[in-house]
Design a protein around this ligand. Structure first.
Ligand code: HEC
Length: 257
């Protein structure tokens, strides 16, 4: 029997409509702090306006016990595997592309909760250097990186999201060795070390980092400033808090601390 007047459907539509309007009205009311004084010309405080650091919490805080694909796993794969000539979209050696969640799971044959059934895990833990990934002369992944990938698979190889810059960003006491080197190791060194370092930029030791810090390229590439290449190449941008830490260190003269 046909319903004459679909009251239920209309009611549902009205409710959905209400939320759409409410989101449009209130969802955008979360404003950034003003960058300029009332005259619209004087930057507030002494804020450098070339790099706008947005430290507003926007997403979910990261739970240290969970592995987040984009935050924890993808940067390792981008830096060590999705390079040109290897497993980026253009090269796709043996059909393996390691540049996004869907591609990693599919072409890396990742099986949730099944470490030994996952090709991706097998090749990074292979002891025979001829079969190991990344292939020599590239360095193998570190134990910490391998453990993170294993933990991700053991947690179901999910695509969880969190905001690594959630909450306050502490830019006091920035040290090259304690604060920045681990970031560079995680995001950049896979492409920027050794004899074939990309762009002949070496980021595995202080001297190389200092030179790109001082010629402005380091901040330019990580903040994706106009006119600069976007680093990490093929990956997501570093979160705002990490960029702020580099900026603070560079502004203080890029010391070897
Ligand atoms: C997947 C590989 C890859 C990763 C990961 C990567 N880079 Fe690069 N980077 C490159 C390549 C390739 C070039 C050279 C591009 C060219 O010369 O055309 C380059 C160039 C650069 C340059 C020189 C830019 C210029 O204008 O001369 C800097 C500085 C740099 N990268 C910094 C970084 C930093 C910092 C990170 C980590 C946050 C990073 N890169 C991560 C591949 C990578």
């Amino acid at each position: 029997m046909k319903q004459k007047f679909p009251t239920r459907q209309l009611f549902l539509l009205a409710v959905i409509g209400y939320f759409v309007v409410a989101m449009a009205t209130f969802g955008t009311s979360c404003k950034h702090p003003p960058l300029f004084d009332d005259d619209g010309l004087t930057p507030v405080d002494s804020m450098d306006t070339t790099v706008v650091i947005d430290t507003f919490p926007t997403g979910t805080p990261c739970d240290p016990d969970s592995v987040y694909f984009e935050t924890d796993v993808l940067p390792i794969l981008i830096s060590s595997c999705a390079k040109s000539g290897c497993h980026n979209a253009a090269s796709h050696e043996k059909g393996v592309i390691l540049d996004s969640y869907a591609n990693v799971v599919q072409t890396g044959d990742v099986r949730p909760f099944d470490l030994n059934g996952s090709d991706l895990y097998e090749v990074i833990t292979e002891t025979d250097p001829d079969k190991r990934m990344p292939q020599p002369p590239n360095a193998p992944l570190t134990q910490a990186q391998i453990q993170l990938i294993a933990k991700w698979i053991n947690q179901g190889a999910q695509d969880l999201h969190c905001d690594p810059a959630f909450g306050a960003c502490d830019t006091t006491n920035i040290s090259f060795s304690q604060t920045l080197k681990p970031i560079l190791n995680f995001y950049c060194v896979g492409c920027h070390s050794g004899a074939g370092a990309s762009g002949n930029v070496h980021l595995d030791a202080y001297a190389g980092v200092k030179s790109v810090a001082q010629n402005g390229k380091l901040l330019g590439v990580i903040s994706w400033a106009p006119g600069f290449q976007k680093m990490p190449q093929g990956g997501n941008q570093l979160d705002d808090c990490k960029i702020a830490k580099f900026k603070t260190w560079i502004d203080s003269g890029a010391p070897e601390n």
